[in-house]
Design a protein around this ligand. Structure first.
Ligand code: AMP
Ligand code: MG
Length: 294
């Protein structure tokens, strides 16, 4: 067991990747901790352990992010997108704060998608998504995404069934093209239980500093829980390609969620292994010129 400043490395993607084939969310325990290293520290005080690990992973994340950013200055097309989907109170905002918060704001682009505005409604549903994608060198985070158009839209019957059924392949084509253009896509469903959601919504109504997070529509959405789970299962099953895989992160325990997502992004960036670019000038000659100058 490493000390809190060292990083315990596991192949987290193997634990969290879903499929191939139909995904059954009822088989994934929202309170589970897949891939968690066994040991005294994770048993005795998991929250403390997680804080230390996320901070340690954070330094690795930030250094990979800097290299990604630097490489783009020299023309590299690489960029990364962490896409977050979850039920209300599922922990999307907390994940942005704790995981994206480890990186340099200069190289981050964080976008939240709400109910489409009037202008957005006049366009194809992928219009606002394309505009929000990270440029080369940037780490993007989507708080909700194109998947709302096969989740809330499916649950609330906002489009005809034949329109909806075409969207899965359309999303696959869209993602595949972006991946071909240098995007690394990490799609994460934060999976909470219905009981945990209730607990978090109750907190939002009993703590005045959390009222702002509450939306009366959350109770109505909650009544469609089973419909949402079916819609998530369809999206996870039909849009789970090798180019753009889905990961399900059990999210009832916030400390596990933060650790797992940080680890997942780190592992992905590590595999991408961005490199500082070679200078397009002669550093020794430039140094001599600078020293000779007044
Ligand atoms: P919040 O994330 O709490 O700000 O809530 C955003 C709301 O916008 C959620 O209720 C989403 O279901 C809703 N939303 C996001 N995208 C869409 C979409 N494409 N169509 C309809 N509702 C959406
Ligand atoms: Mg909300």
């Amino acid at each position: 067991m490493p000390s809190s400043s060292e990083v315990a490395h596991v192949e987290i993607r193997d634990h969290l990747r879903v499929g191939p084939g139909p995904v059954d969310l009822s088989t994934i325990d929202p309170a589970g901790t897949p891939g968690l290293p066994a040991g005294k520290e994770t048993t005795r005080d998991p929250k403390l352990w997680s804080r230390g690990q996320v901070a340690a992973i954070g330094t690795h994340l930030a250094s990979r992010q800097e290299r990604l950013y630097a490489a783009a200055k020299a023309g590299s097309p690489h960029r990364l997108l962490l896409l977050l989907q979850a039920m209300d109170a599922g922990g999307k905002d907390g994940t942005v704060k704790h995981v994206a918060g480890q990186m340099n704001p200069l190289g981050l682009k964080i976008v939240s998608f709400g109910k489409p505005t009037e202008e957005e409604r006049r366009h194809h549903y992928l219009w606002r998504i394309r505009r929000a994608l990270p440029a080369p060198g940037i780490v993007g985070v989507f708080n909700r995404s194109q998947y709302e158009d096969v989740l809330v839209v499916r649950v609330k019957d906002l489009v005809a069934p034949d329109v909806l059924s075409k969207r899965y392949d359309e999303i696959n084509r869209f993602e595949n093209k972006e991946v071909g253009d240098g995007l690394t896509l990490v799609k994460v469903m934060l999976h909470i239980s219905k009981a945990e959601q209730k607990k978090r919504l109750v907190e939002r109504l009993t703590d005045p500093t959390k009222y702002w997070k509450y939306n009366p529509a959350d109770v109505d959405e909650r009544s469609h829980w089973d419909g949402y789970m079916a819609a998530y299962a369809a999206a996870l099953s039909r849009c789970n390609t090798d180019a753009a895989p889905w990961y399900v992160v059990p999210a009832d325990r916030k400390w596990y969620r933060n650790w797992a997502v940080a680890h997942l992004v780190w592992e992905t960036l590590d595999e991408l292994d961005p490199k500082y670019p070679e200078p397009d000038f002669d550093p020794a000659a430039e140094l001599a010129r600078l020293r000779a100058a007044k």
